[in-house]
Design a protein around this ligand. Structure first.
Ligand code: GRF
Length: 188
């Protein structure tokens, strides 16, 4: 059985999709850890429901970001984590984690990268008048929303409501993330 850790800062609908897929066997793995930097985030409630261990910690509580990430790496090592999935984790992962888990950290982003990086990808794309939107899953490197692309799915939308784009995109995210994690774990 492979072990997954999920890093999230918010609602955690992707976390839930992955947890469900692990429970019903679509993903041949278990989530052994949620790392969350926001004590009030709804994703923590979701993790409790699935009895998944949570590490709730923010870099502010540590002398440096390196110390913060060293603590996370210790937990990941103890739990024999094979794959780290960022799902709405609003922090840049830095060297300590990247070195320890090189090639084993992936992220989901609500645009067709390399277009529209950053925290407001959908809003920026709508403001730009984009007609073809999409979702990207990519390996994580030291740059914001950089790293080699693993999977993408596009959809057409000709309107100006970011909430609608988020809604369509999230449905795609849940399927694409589950399918991509499954394939990565089966292959490696
Ligand atoms: C998703 O839209 C993802 O693309 C982005 O953050 C959002 C997280 O949503 N990186 P949720 O917390 O999984 O619902």
């Amino acid at each position: 059985m492979k072990n997954i850790a999920i890093f999230a800062s918010g609602s955690g609908s992707n976390f839930e999709a992955i947890a469900q897929a692990c429970t019903n066997g679509t993903i041949p793995a278990q989530i052994v850890l949620l790392v969350c930097d926001q004590p009030g985030a709804y994703v923590i409630e979701r993790a409790k429901k699935y009895h998944i261990r949570c590490l709730i910690a923010s870099p502010k509580e540590y002398p440096s970001k390196t110390d913060f990430e060293q603590e996370i790496v210790r937990e990941l090592n103890q739990l024999n984590v094979n794959l780290i999935c960022l799902a709405g984790y609003m922090r840049i992962v830095s060297n300590t984690l990247l070195t320890a888990y090189s090639g084993r950290i992936i992220n989901i982003h609500p645009s067709l990268l390399p277009a529209f990086k950053g925290a407001h990808a959908v809003e920026d794309a709508v403001a730009y008048g984009v007609k073809v939107y999409g979702i990207t899953i990519h390996y994580v490197d030291e740059t914001l929303d950089g790293g080699k692309i693993i999977a993408q799915e596009a959809f057409a939308y000709d309107g100006n409501d970011p909430a609608e784009v988020h809604k369509i995109g999230q449905k795609i995210e849940h399927q694409l993330y589950v399918q991509t994690i499954r394939e990565l774990l089966i292959r490696n």
